[in-house]
Design a binder for this molecule. Structure first.
Ligand SMILES: *Cc1c(COP(=O)(O)O)cnc(C)c1O
Length: 361
């Protein structure tokens, strides 16, 4: 069996140990005589799967007791509407920092429901940096401040959070969740689609401070009200059962095989440092992001020559390094090196890039 090194931005690689376990349990989950795909979500055996997934997530992320964990559907993109519908009900104002396409989509969606303000943007330089925002730039009356923590397309990340004072900070962490420890108590809401670092697509995790639940606009659809899901243990309707099960396996892998998020961070920092060091010393390739805002997860780079970029993508694909083509808005290449990408995958990619550089300079 030949497995490729998959550098896709999402859906992305899953740990091989997780796939192997899911395969072994496919026909008979722990003596139940059924696949998890076939189970009633109201059964005892499934309840124990979703309860374990939540307990592991709480343990691994150190989520305080006054936060609810919700397993929802509709992707991170649905949160772009759900956040304002549930939170923009005090002053009706919210501040958005525009660090890329996802942040912009969130802002545009919020503007449909209230007074959304774009506080700062890095679009002037193709979102290659995180704009500096101080407390004085923010509206103290806003119902929340929204950021996109790791910008999947552009490869930037917040290494330091903006100081929002008493205004709840809401963050899209789709592409950096579980990559390193995060202080949940600094946020009002964290949300993430699963398909980058947690599971296959299909579930969106929302971590919400309890006092922010129960304030939704009257027009909010029942399924878009956080209260509905908080009151029903994420089982108001059928949850994405199998995806939540795979997430449980991924969380078990992080806890038992990796050793938690500090250990995960050390591995991720090692992989990213190797790749950035190579880029900084290369005569052919260069990173597109300012060094101080570089992401641990998504590494965009270019040769400066579109034809060479295309040649590199073609030859790397043939060599078993797939999905390295950059997003159309940045061009060039992007290596997404999420949790499941082994160190060896990055080492081999660098060796391949080195060889390509020698042959093409
Ligand atoms: C992938 C991604 C999204 C979109 O997620 P969906 O689950 O497809 O809606 C939103 N935000 C960020 C940061 C992403 O990486």
């Amino acid at each position: 069996m030949a497995r490729v090194y998959n550098f896709s931005a999402g859906p992305s690689m899953l740990p091989e140990a997780v796939l192997t376990k899911a395969a072994a349990e496919m026909l008979d989950y722990e003596g139940s005589g059924q696949s998890v795909m076939e189970m009633s979500h109201r059964s005892k055996v499934y309840q124990s799967i979703i309860d374990t997934a939540e307990a592991l997530l709480r343990e691994i992320m150190n989520i305080p007791d006054n936060y609810k964990v919700l397993f929802l559907q509709g992707g991170a993109s649905s949160q772009f509407a759900m956040v304002p519908m549930n939170l923009m009900t005090g002053s009706g104002k919210a501040d958005y920092i525009i660090t890329g396409q996802w942040a912009k989509k969130a802002y545009k969606e919020a503007a449909r429901y209230g007074n959304a303000r774009a506080v700062a943007s890095s679009e002037d330089k193709t979102f290659s940096y995180i704009p500096k925002v101080t407390k004085a730039d923010l509206d103290p009356e806003a119902d929340y401040v929204h950021i996109c923590m790791n910008n999947t397309i552009y490869g930037t990340v917040y290494h330091e959070l903006p100081d929002t004072g008493d205004v709840p900070l809401v963050a899209d962490i789709s592409s950096c969740v579980l990559s390193k420890p995060i202080d949940v108590s600094k946020f009002g809401i964290l949300y993430a689609g699963a398909q980058k670092n947690m599971a296959p697509s299909g579930v969106t995790v929302v971590i919400i401070r309890e006092d922010l639940i129960g304030k939704a606009m009257d027009i909010t659809p029942t399924m878009f009200n956080y209260q509905t899901h908080a009151d029903n243990g994420s089982m108001f309707n059928t949850p994405p059962c199998y995806t939540i099960y795979v997430m449980k396996l991924v969380l078990e892998w992080i806890k038992n095989e990796i050793g938690g998020l500090e250990a995960m961070q050390a591995i991720n920092e090692k992989k990213a440092a190797m790749l950035y060091d190579f880029l900084d010393n290369s005569k052919l390739f260069k990173g597109t992001v300012v060094p101080e805002d570089r992401s641990l997860m998504n590494v965009p780079f270019v040769t400066g020559n579109e034809e060479l970029d295309a040649k590199f993508v073609k030859e790397s694909t043939a060599a078993g390094f797939v999905n390295l083509k950059g997003h159309r808005s940045v061009g060039g290449m992007r290596a997404s090196i999420y949790n499941a990408m082994p160190v060896e995958g990055v080492e081999k990619l660098i060796a391949f890039m080195q060889k390509f550089e020698e042959e093409n300079t």
